[in-house]
Design a protein around this ligand. Structure first.
Ligand code: DX5
Ligand code: ZN
Length: 231
């Protein structure tokens, strides 16, 4: 594992993406404004359907309500099946990036094309046990690769460390492609493991409970960035 990880060079730009799944839903607009003022780079928007994952969260109506409240790009993570029907609705609601799980689409290439036709950046999401071979015929069309470091469905779970070599492998594939593709990691990201995750090759970090569970959002984001500064 150490050999695989040392072969990748860490990314030059790092982005922090608070997941609003861990926010106070009764004060969602204020929570979004607070993380933006605290220095967040993008807003991670988790969509769960109680079918693909055993939980139910928020949809395009909430995305549209938040859109005028923030300048941050909205990074929509779709945990829904089927996935295609809802994509144009999220694009209309102001999403900037839309990511989906290959298991939730019968035609992955078509779904990527649909996201792009709607004017959004396209991401593919990998569960901890989903092989990176799904990148074989898709990477040239993707803007984002999102690696789950927990099984999707809930915030506040523990980071699965066996994802670290997978991050390194994904970084190598991205480097070999020569394209500017973001590598995002989602699940259990905290101040005490973000440096290791960045070292493996991630450049974009989703953090739900680590940020919204803290008293001081700005101090937490500063702390996360400070851990990245030594990479
Ligand atoms: C899990 C979601 C994650 C989650 C992250 O299904 O995709 O974005 O909210 O939350 P934390 O950072 O608390 O693990
Ligand atoms: Zn997510």
């Amino acid at each position: 594992m150490a050999a695989a990880m040392s072969a990748v060079s860490p990314a030059a730009t790092f982005r922090i993406a608070p997941s609003i799944l861990a926010a106070d839903f009764a004060r969602l607009g204020e929570e979004v404004a607070a993380v933006e003022a605290a220095g967040a780079d993008l807003l991670h928007f988790d969509v769960m359907d109680n079918h693909y994952v055993p939980n139910l969260s928020i949809g395009p109506l909430v995305c549209a309500s938040l859109r005028p409240r923030t300048k941050m790009p909205i990074d929509v993570h779709l945990m829904v099946k089927p996935v295609d029907r809802i994509i144009p609705e999220f694009a209309k609601a102001g999403a900037n990036i839309i990511s989906f799980h290959p298991e939730a689409s019968d035609h992955v290439d078509r779904t990527i094309a649909l996201i792009k036709e709607c004017g959004c950046k396209a991401g593919l999401v990998f569960n901890p046990a989903t092989p990176l071979s799904h990148l074989d015929h898709t990477l040239d069309k993707l803007d984002l690769v999102l690696l789950m470091s927990v099984n999707p469905g809930f915030g506040g779970q523990r980071f699965i460390a066996s994802v670290l070599p997978k991050i390194a492998e994904a970084r190598k594939r991205i480097q070999a492609s020569g394209r500017d593709i973001w590598l995002e990691v989602d699940g259990g990201v905290k101040t005490d493991n973000i440096a290791q995750i960045a070292q493996a090759g991630a450049d974009t970090f989703v953090a739900g409970s680590a940020i919204f569970g803290a008293k001081d959002y700005a101090a937490t984001i500063r702390d996360l960035r400070a851990r990245l500064a030594v990479i």
